[in-house]
Design a protein. Structure first.
Length: 146
C-alpha cells in the first residue's frame, strides 16, 4: 500500500512538473506584439526632420531610378527636392529623406589647457630660412625665398 501511494504521488508530481514546464516555455516562446510601424509620407518626414532641430538638411535615399540622381547629394531644408520626383512611376513613393546632423552646435572640442591661450616668447622665429616639412626638402620650391 505504501509503495502504490508513493508511486501515485510521484506520478502526480511528475505530471504537475511537466504541466508547469510546458506553460512556462509556451509563455516564454510567445512573441510580444510587434509595434506597428507607420511609414510617414515624404513631406511628413521632411517636416519631422526639420522640427527636430538636430539636422541642418537632408539627403535622399533613392528607391527608384527617377530619384537616383538625387542620392547622396546634401540639401539644406530650404532647397530639398520634393518627393516623389516628377517623373516617378511608382504607385507609392518608397524614397525617403535622411537627416544630416548639425555638427556646429556641439560643445567646444578643446578641453583643459590650450597652448594657444598663452603667449609664446622665444628668442628666434622657428620658421626662419629652412623648410619645415619632409616633403619640402625634396622640392626646389622650398628654397625659392633664398
Amino acid at each position: 500500500m505504501n509503495i502504490t501511494l508513493l508511486a501515485s504521488a510521484g506520478v502526480i508530481l511528475a505530471l504537475i512538473g511537466v504541466i508547469v514546464y510546458v506553460i512556462w516555455n509556451r509563455q516564454r516562446a510567445m512573441p510580444d506584439e510587434p509595434e506597428k510601424h507607420v511609414r510617414l509620407s515624404p513631406p511628413a518626414q521632411l517636416y519631422q526632420l526639420q522640427e527636430s532641430n538636430t539636422f541642418w538638411g537632408v539627403s535622399v535615399e533613392s528607391r527608384c531610378s527617377e530619384s537616383s540622381r538625387l542620392a547622396g547629394v546634401h540639401f539644406p531644408f530650404e532647397s530639398a527636392p520634393r518627393l516623389p520626383v516628377a517623373d516617378c512611376t511608382a504607385s507609392t513613393c518608397s524614397c525617403s529623406y535622411i537627416g544630416l546632423p548639425e555638427r556646429r552646435r556641439v560643445p567646444e572640442r578643446r578641453r583643459g589647457h590650450d597652448r594657444r591661450n598663452s603667449i609664446r616668447i622665444e628668442s628666434s622665429d622657428r620658421r626662419a630660412d629652412r623648410p619645415r616639412r619632409k616633403a619640402d626638402l625634396v622640392s626646389w620650391q622650398a628654397y625659392r625665398h633664398l
